[in-house]
Design a protein around this ligand. Sequence first.
Ligand SMILES: [Fe+2]
Ligand SMILES: [Fe+2]
Ligand SMILES: [Fe+2]
Ligand SMILES: [Fe+2]
Length: 326
Amino acid sequence: MVIKLTAEYTDLLNQAVAREIQVSIQYILQHAKMEKLKGREIPENILLDKTVYDVVGKVLQDLSIAEMKHAAKIMERIYYLGGEATTKSKQPVIGNSISEFAKLGVQAEEEALSLYRTIINKAAELGDWETRELFEKIYGDEEEHLFKFQEYAAFQDESEHPYKVPMPEWRKIFTDDYFALLNKAVAAEIAGIVQYTNQHEKAALLELRMRKTPLEAVQDTNTAQIVSKILKDIFMAEMKHLELISERIYLLEGEAVTNPEPLPVVGETLLDMLRLDHALESTAILLYREIIAEALKRGDTTTRLMFEEIVKQEEEHFWTFDDFVK
Ligand SMILES: [Fe+2]
Ligand SMILES: [Fe+2]
Ligand SMILES: [Fe+2]
Ligand SMILES: [Fe+2]
């Protein structure tokens, strides 16, 4: 190995991974909450049909994807150096208004800048130029994010509607135990997002190290490469699911959870990974069927239709993994 990866150095790089996962989940959930906050918009904005909530919401969505890409890049680097990339996230914090989102964003980005300065220095000290270059690039992105959040931090959006409406009859089906059930889906999606992102990078490394057959060598491809590509696509689908499900929860005035359940597991070999993913999709399908049944029972058609659509995609994911594990 070119660079000697000490436990301390791996830990430092994994701290970066943990906070990238954190902010990715944080920003996408805040993005999802934006639909709900829109209810506080002032009448002028209704006439414009575009509000600051739409604008900041889009920014948060873009940032979330950028942060998960950072996480993936750092994971990739850890695997190349012979280490194991973590699936553990730092705790995301969501907040209740644009200014709160922005303040939490400022805090998170400042943490990033200070951690990444440490990493850049450490990498330079070790002569690990690739890592240094990677973090210099990411550092620039985080600085932009920081400036973006600073712009919004002073935004006044604390005022609620001037009148309070008593809870209408149709909303009484949305009880705490129902939100708890929907939140199991949020947790499952977060698990998928982290697991697939990590595995995508690990598989990409296996791809380089394994050219088993002459055919693979000649064609310059192998199963790991195909799997790595599939994992990326499926990861993007899960990201969309997380967004839809949490948006629904926020709209109904619930709170979305921020932690994965089950905990993401990466696996050692390609077959391990695929078996774990197969099992994860299986769990999701069973859970979503339960949610569909419960939504039907409660008469919550919107949630039911949404999960019917999502479960179709989870079945597709299941069959994709099924092709490999048989
Ligand atoms: Fe980042
Ligand atoms: Fe950032
Ligand atoms: Fe999903
Ligand atoms: Fe899935």
